[in-house]
Design a protein around this ligand. Structure first.
Ligand code: SGN
Ligand code: CA
Length: 534
């Protein structure tokens, strides 16, 4: 029923249907019909619009459409609407689990080593081909509103308003062409207001549009918005079973990272337990320090009693870690609820205006995140929580409502997907594959069996070693190549990835196959070159 037809064919069919129902009435109108049919034939059907909603560090565990235990206590009803009206992808993985490289891959449809953006320290080469540029060249109007993080000025957008770097939660600064401004309010609300304003202005035109609506939330330091300050304060979240992981089943990289709730997460900037001393820091200035007096008063009314209670308890050891985990969850999940409310506003508008009839709505994040699993926050590793990212897509008349896909897909595929629905040919530099057949329930027989991963940012914040790897969705082989340490997991028997069984004799044949596949993928993507590399 939801079979995909190439866009041009679909448009022709629509045209025939409209044509017959309107004109196949009185025979007396035949003459009229024959003089108008030419004009009618010339009307080009409108190409689909795209609204791409992107968040920063939204773990799939914290999106209730994914039915994770945690989200039962912190539902996301509006994001779930996209899944109800469309498709939930259960195996969407990123090529490189870190912010700016993920964004560069989304734009270029290419791996980090091809688009040149391997780490957050790189500057995006905006002269290369990106899908927004191709949309512009093919009659679309394009906009980018929110977090950008690619350092160079955006290219390929008719309209852009971006946050500098990571941006701020309260009274955020925006860079706009030729100027820098400060907007009063909470960043998630403001990005949504700006996006709705841009969308509403589009009502006047007939031009198809592509909007990239990119939130800062729920990135560290997880500052709640004014509407959600008390939300979840009474909830006690269930701890992940491996909150107190001792890393004994893995190698050096897991043992030597710097991203534990216990040691790395800061009481002051992360958990808002400010002291006289920590109030002098730059972190204080760029968070609480940006609030106006009214915002501060509302904030203090919630956090002052928390600080007092914390000081009274004098916690240490595991009890302190447990307390930090609860505070982390309360803040992080409340920040997500504000994303959810604001996504609801966008969906309401698209429905009320009827734009949802011809708009692909996408919700995804730049990568996943640890919510206490392995004792961690942050991302970077190829382990599931940070490797996977949520992906929901709604496109009326094309994607069956409430459908679920479990093929291996990637942020590498987004650009080609958007180009295909808009009938724009993808350039050869793009290395993914269009998800359109999957969206319509017709996964091709030769769909990929393996995904390639590569993380490059070391030494850097959180001290995660460089690694590359391969997965088929069940087995995962990871190579921390600067340490020359390998890890192997079978997600069917060890879903939390607690014990690498790389040395288990029973796995050797499988590992040899995966190594061979890894080499093949590296050749295919141009990581190694057959003539010069082994
Ligand atoms: C900041 C964060 C880190 C985070 C990186 C990258 N520290 O440095 O925790 O890993 O950004 O995040 S913070 O105290 O400044 O928040 S990313 O999403 O942009 O890749
Ligand atoms: Ca991120």
């Amino acid at each position: 029923m939801y079979r995909y037809q190439p866009t041009s064919m679909r448009f022709k069919l629509n045209r025939v249907i409209r044509f017959t129902s309107f004109y196949f009435i009185p025979a007396a109108l035949v003459a009229f019909f024959s003089c108008t049919s030419n004009t009618q034939e010339k009307i080009e059907p409108k190409k689909p619009n795209i609204v791409f909603i992107f968040t920063d560090d939204h773990a799939f565990q914290a999106l209730s459409a994914y039915e994770h235990e945690l989200a039962k206590f912190a539902p996301t009803p509006n994001l779930d609407r996209i899944a109800q009206h469309g498709m939930r992808f259960d195996k969407c993985y990123v090529t490189n689990s870190i912010c700016a490289p993920s964004r560069a891959t989304v734009l270029t449809g290419a791996h980090s080593h091809v688009n040149g953006h391997r780490t957050n320290n790189d500057t995006f080469d905006g002269s290369q081909v990106t899908f927004p540029k191709l949309f512009q060249e093919n009659g679309y109007t394009t906009a980018l509103i929110g977090k950008w993080h690619l350092k160079s000025e955006p290219t390929g957008f008719d309209h852009w308003e971006i946050l500098p770097g990571q941006g701020h939660y309260y009274n955020p600064t925006f860079i706009i062409p030729g100027d820098t401004i400060i907007e009063p309010g909470y960043v998630t609300d403001i990005i949504t207001d700006k996006s709705l304003k841009w969308l509403k202005a589009k009502e006047e035109t007939d031009q198809p549009f592509m909007l990239m609506l990119q939130h800062k939330a729920p990135h560290r330091e997880w500052e709640k918005g004014p509407d959600h300050l008390t939300l979840y304060e009474d909830v006690v979240f269930r701890e992940p079973a491996n909150l107190f992981d001792d890393y004994s089943g893995r190698g050096t990289a897991a043992k030597e990272q710097d991203m534990t709730i216990e040691k790395t997460m800061e009481l002051a900037s992360d958990l808002k337990i400010w002291t006289e001393e920590s109030r002098k820091s730059g972190n204080f200035k760029r968070t609480y320090g940006r609030m106006d007096e009214t915002q501060k008063a509302a904030w203090d009314a919630v956090y002052d009693p928390i600080i007092a209670d914390f000081q009274k308890q004098n916690l240490s050891g595991d009890e302190l870690t447990r307390w930090k985990y609860q505070r982390y969850m309360r803040d992080y999940l409340a920040v997500i609820r504000s994303v959810d409310d604001n996504v609801g506003r966008v969906l309401d508008y698209l429905e009320e205006s009827g734009l949802d009839e011809n708009t692909l709505i996408v919700y995804t994040s730049d990568q996943g995140f640890y919510l206490g699993e392995h004792g961690w926050f942050d991302k970077r590793f190829m382990y599931e929580e940070s490797y996977r990212t949520p992906l929901l897509m709604q496109w009326k008349g094309h994607i069956a409502p409430g459908s679920v896909n479990s093929d291996l897909v990637s942020n590498l595929d987004f650009a080609q997907t958007f180009l295909e629905i808009s009938d724009i040919p993808a350039p050869v530099t793009m290395q993914g594959r269009s998800l359109v057949p999957l969206m319509t329930g017709n996964t091709p027989e030769d769909w990929r069996q393996y995904l390639y991963y590569h993380y490059y940012e070391f030494p850097a914040v959180h001290s995660v070693q460089k690694h590359e790897g391969i997965t088929n969705g069940r087995y995962k082989l990871i190579h921390f190549y600067e340490l020359d340490e390998w890890e192997f997991y079978d997600l069917a028997t060890d879903p939390m990835e607690m014990n690498s069984t790389y040395s288990d004799p029973a796995n050797q044949q499988l590992i040899t196959t995966l190594k061979d596949r890894l080499s093949r993928l590296k050749r295919q993507y141009g990581v190694i070159h057959p003539r010069t590399d082994s």
